[in-house]
Design a protein around this ligand. Sequence first.
Ligand code: 9MR
Length: 713
Amino acid sequence: MPACTSLRLLNRPLTAALLTGSLLLGGFLAFPAAAAGTTAVRVNQVGYLPDGPKQATVVTTAAQSLTWQLSNASGTVVASGSTVPRGADTPSGQSVQVADFSSYQGTGSGYVLTVDGSSSDPFDIRADLYDGLRSDAMAFFYHQRSGIAIDASLVGSAYARPAGHLGVSPNMGDTSVPCQSGVCDYTQDVRGGWYDAGDQGKYVVNGGISTWLVVNSFERAARAGTDAALGDSTLRVPERGNGVPDVLDEARWELEFLMRMQVPEGKPYAGMAFHKIHDAAWTGIPTRPDQDAQPRELHRPSTAATLNLAATAAQCARVFRPYDSAFADRCLTAARRAWTAAQANPAMYAPDSDSTGGGAYGDSQVTDEFYWAAAELYATTGESTYRDAVTSSPWHTSASAFTPYGFGWAETAALGRLTLATVPNGLPASDLARIRSSVVSAADGYLSTMAGQGYAVPIPSDGYFWGSNSEAADNAVVMAVAGELTGAARYRAGVLETMDYLLGRNAIGQSYVTGYGEKSSHNQHHRFWAHQLDSSLPNPPAGALAGGPDSALQDPVAQEKLAGCAPAACYIDDIGSYSTNEVAINWNAPLAWLAAYAAERTSTGGQPTASCAVTYKVDNAWSDGFTATVTVKNTGTSAVGGWQLTWSYPGGQRVTSAWNATVTQSGADVVARNADWNGTLAPGATASFGVQGSLTGSNPSPTAFALNGGACG
Ligand code: 9MR
């Protein structure tokens, strides 16, 4: 059963043409003229951050503004206001209004927004809203690992499975894989890496962008001083506790594979990377990786794959250096070899037609990959050869390095720009200023696209193609970097509204992330998480992102079930709809990046900004217990919504109960979160709460506290 057709991302003009065709045929833009009233209130079904934007979209034929009411879990109306009519919304094909309840900064769960007799799904407002998704979206990569048993103690027994593709029968790879006929006369050990998606192919071009995003999420957090959240022992990976940040451990699993795909010295095209390795013919669905009996084959080296290797291995050399200099050296050697080989073979293009048994990932435009690889090599080494390759590239000055449709596996110039804009390098100041301003203007473009739509999606109405959710997520990554470069809050708002889109505020009221939201995708196209076809198999694990609406209807299920859909509604949560409902590493990578960003307790993506003073007073102590009152004061100039106070106990104390806050403890570390009614700390305001705890001897008071990640004075 094919996992995809040979149509691909670069068929955007085709997608646009199909859309236009549908419009001309009077297809999907039908607004029911006579129907009355509100039919749906679409929200982020997980919820909102206390200090973030809070918008909902109301599907209604009403032309006049309506009243919205926000109720808490007990049904009390805590805020109300008026919606703003937006009229016809092209991507959704709906008539909509927008409710903005951002000014409400209380916290809790079970909120409901009601408009005109219709109610939203329930949602939370809390500062730790994205903490779970930060690790779940990243854990997707461990689940997708090839060449290692997936361990029940890390993922639960439903998701455990034997190692796939280690040369154990019936597998016919990946430890000694031959080439397709005529491509090479030797075999290569290409074990490891991540399976691409619902299929078990491993493609260097898609592995490249995915690895880059995973490593970049760490690099960005390190600049913001928030990388501890991605550090060692933060993820469910087997390498926990090895002293290396877990996100980098995960990326290394793929980097080792990417380097195994490099043609060895002494062979034709030495230094190039094989484009991909996958089954000779499509496997059926379900097929657990260890049960795949198809022969595996290496496909011809390509310039695009080679430059993906050069770029990610150069990034590896930079980011791994403090943790493992031998690995960093190995990465740099691979990157240099790949760069040299790509220069010697600048036009070995992977064809679109090569899609039997695996995706094509064809690409005949590789100047952008040259630019990206040169940028990474230059940022890592500072060497003039790479600087010259950067500055002489047409992409260095091109206005289309960022497009409304975002970057992607075939369009990588933006990745080079993001690196040059953020990693210290020796380009002239005027060049750097131009590059940084290109990031900011791209982000402003996405914000203006959002502002023009009823659902605030950072992609244009003709941009709903295969994997559209990654287009939205990738554009949000650019907005986040613009926020870092400028300190302006509007970019973080754009990122958070993009999360709203992915988590339910969209044309069909669908959360596209498994396990997150009332109506969340759970039948994504996957050969192991195929519960819809075999009830003994699991659904996808929490944190898996579906590809999203694809208006070109590129699979039989979509064609049968979605005919006439508005672009943003061309989605079905059916395992057979691989063009709208697959999962993929290049889609989960920006989701994980954004979840880590959104989980930070900060207003612009920069350093935490809360200013605070804390008193910790022991009220009572006895031989094996104590009570204490903790008072936190906001000494800053802006309100702190959804506060969270952290400290460590120096003497083995353990909190056994608390009042006026929710208090949890892990080891010595304590987290106190606001109660529902004291969630916002205005400037100068205080909140007090109490704890009772057990003692094993002395009772020294904690000395250091942090409010929402920022140290208290
Ligand atoms: O993400 C890819 C998309 O841009 C293409 O239009 C599509 C068809 O070629 O292929 C997508 O990638 C798939 C790959 O070819 C095979 N593994 C699953 C990927 C996600 O559907």
